[in-house]
Design a protein around this ligand. Sequence first.
Ligand code: PEP
Ligand code: MG
Length: 583
Amino acid sequence: MQQFKGIAVSPGLAIGESLIIDNEGFRFPHHLVLPTAADGEVRRFMEALDEVAVAIRASRDSVTQQLGERYGAIFAAHLSLLADPRLREDIEKRIREDFYSAEYAVSRTLRGYADHFLKMDNAYLAERVHDIYDLERRLLQTLTGRQREDFSRLDKQVVVLAHNLTPGETVHLDRRFVLGFATEIGGAGGHTAIVAQGMEIPAVVGLGQFLSNVSSGDVVIVDGDQGLVILRPDEATLQRYRKRVEQRRVAVERLQDLRDVPAETLDGVRIKMLANIEFPYETPACLDRGAEGIGLYRTEFLYLAAKVEPTEEDHYGAYAEVVRAMKGRPVVIRTLDLGADKLGFNQDKREEDCNPFLGLRSIRLALANLQLFRPQLRAILRASALGDVRVMFPLISTMDELLRAKQLLGEAMDELSAEGIDCNREIPVGIMIESPAAAVMIDRFVREIDFLSIGTNDLIQYTLAVDRGNPAVNDLYQASDPAVLRLIQRTLEAAEQADVQASMCGQMCSDPTYTMLLLGLGLRHLSVAPSSIPEIKEICRKVTIPQCQAIAEQTLTMQRPREIDAYLKSELKAVTAASDRGS
Ligand code: PEP
Ligand code: MG
């Protein structure tokens, strides 16, 4: 048994057989075979070995011809490894004695070698590890005949372990089969994490290198509550986790009773509980959890899931589905927030060499690509004829951007009117507050908008200069940093003064640790991951606003995020314990 600690990004527990999607994304058809199949597996392995040797020699010859002997010699290490009789013996032994499939035997043996090299504290041997991985990749490629795994075609339940999963890949995970996932890279605020929460798949990211310690088929536990991944758990651990799975199920059932009661504080203040979604198919889950509307519809996922550019009709079809499903409840449609880690099918990550989070993303990308933006605006306006639709522009950092976006919206309205197509000409217009610039200039922005929503995922990264997806700086990515709290406070105060509705749709709002603080700062509209609604609602119903205000006041005097988190957690615990005693 081995345990790794990463970043918990999507709650829940998953126990199951692992499916490894490493850098190359290979999937083994079986990891064990019948004893009678061993001869065949050995033959397959030998053939793959020969095939790979031929390919490497061809690469060596062509490189030598083009660049000279020195460069051709790069392949010598691969060839000598391939020719090593010990390698053949070790792999054959695993097939014949342990009944491993050829793929599994290759992977286990070569990864064993790599681990051995890494432990020898010798820089030269450590470098050779890359040759071993490369050889493994080539052999597996030949044996499986496959490139990257197709996530949408799983046929049994698995726990996916990967070096990385992009948000686009994550949306293609089939929830019926993927019990959970864990990745070596990724941070708390990355969109992969957000999608996992939306899809309610337990997930841990930012684990660092751990894939070399596991093989497909090994039993694994992903603990999305505590950020742990346990490989090959022993019986006692398995039992402990099975008990926790059951406790979780009971807790979820208990919270389900709250679906139809309002999120009202003990002193009678009504809090609106809204949901964040990425896809129309999430609306039943929202209603099931008691969502009073959609506070953030991330429409860019229409692009991430598509293989061709979505048309105005595709946009309209998706929006109409959400609006109809929500039956008169408000639906905030956010315009395209593409770019950075959310790349559409036709966007290449390498196109932008500089930091993509500071580049042409979100509203900037939309304003620079009107052939992308205009059809979306028309579709949102058309959907506004079907229900309570509101439009929200992401990542606004200058007044020019907001005014230009509003102008384009007005033009789209005129166009539709000229074509005799219905829309709500009074559609409420809002912006996301996700850049320090927007928060600093909030007193100006509120004059131009009907509502705002604080996007803490980006606000944290831009305020603290911390990449939201980078595990190396995850410790600095803190919602409770006093700088972030001041910007939130300032935004809420300005909104109140201008009588502009303020909500929050960043992940901070889905974290129960911050519920009392946010209520104390004046937040009354909370837009959270659908699965978080019951828990957050339960907290709202256990507190009074003066109690939350006192907590907010105390929090704002504190300096360190860690100190603040500890304080807020202890206050939350006290509230929960008091109400448990009372019930
Ligand atoms: C945010 O930045 O807080 C937000 C909700 O937007 P996204 O996570 O989609 O960038
Ligand atoms: Mg954002």
